[in-house]
Design a protein. Structure first.
Length: 255
């Protein structure tokens, strides 16, 4: 088994393409996925003793842990060592994301004290999109959006620059995260919830329909969010408002 070639193959299964791997463990290495990313939005980290790796792409919501050895081929000692390593990595991941979520909540709360929606109305991105900036705050030149879980708790943040470049808070949980364009809903809510990808699209839909809208951040996260909403709001009707990227090679938003 070749660790590097196996890892490159595993990453390619998620449409992340890289030609070389730095095997120094512990730190994250950023890279631009060939043919799929316009910016350096991907990164990976090698575990100690080359037990596996963690790779992710914040732009597309990919966040995967991969272990190199097949457990059936391991000795009892190596199997026990791998299980301990897995538990440690999972625990560290949960704790790290909880710390990031707490920082994001404090940051967003502080912005709410000193900034109001009116300040977002003059933001260049908002003016260009011609939208009402729902659930938005502005600090300096950045639009700040709260990425919440299905229970409305903040788990990360999304930042939008005046030129439209979007970035998530490093280390924040994106999978299953969403931007709510409505107040919190009761679990017995029986109305319509519309799902879309981007925040600007969601603002337009909410303005037209005057009904709750949830932005799923990207197409690959839409199924994750839809499942969470179905489980938490069983009486609600979900309508998918996916992007029709018909000009691209891979129309990920098509249903």
């Amino acid at each position: 088994m070749n660790f590097v070639s196996d890892l490159i193959y595993e990453m390619s299964r998620y449409d992340l393409h890289i030609s070389a791997i730095n095997l120094e463990p512990g730190r994250y290495y950023r890279f631009k996925s060939a043919g799929t990313c316009q910016k350096t939005c991907c990164e990976y980290r090698i575990f100690e003793n080359q037990l596996g790796a963690h790779f992710k792409c914040w732009r597309r919501g990919i966040d995967r842990y991969w272990f190199a050895s097949q457990e059936s081929r391991l000795s009892d000692h190596d199997h026990a060592r791998m299980m301990v390593e897995r538990e440690r990595i999972n625990r560290e991941q949960i704790e790290a994301k909880q710390r990031v979520a707490s920082k994001c909540e404090r940051f967003y709360r502080n912005i709410q004290k000193y900034a109001y929606r009116n300040s977002a109305l003059k933001h260049p991105y908002v003016l260009r999109k011609k939208i009402i900036p729902l659930s938005a705050r502005v600090t300096r030149s950045l639009i700040v959006l709260a990425v919440r879980d299905v229970r409305y708790q903040i788990q990360s943040l999304q930042f939008i620059k005046p030129n439209g470049f979007k970035q998530f808070k490093s280390g924040g949980a994106i999978k299953g995260g969403m931007i709510w364009l409505s107040p919190p809903l009761d679990n017995d809510y029986s109305g319509v919830i519309r799902l879309c990808e981007g925040w600007a699209t969601g603002c337009t839909i909410a303005e037209i329909t005057q009904q709750p809208v949830v932005c799923t951040l990207n197409a690959s996260n839409m199924a994750n969010v839809a499942k969470l909403l179905v489980n938490n709001f069983p009486k609600a009707t979900l309508l998918i408002c996916a992007d029709n990227d018909c000009w691209g090679a891979n129309n990920a938003g098509a249903i």
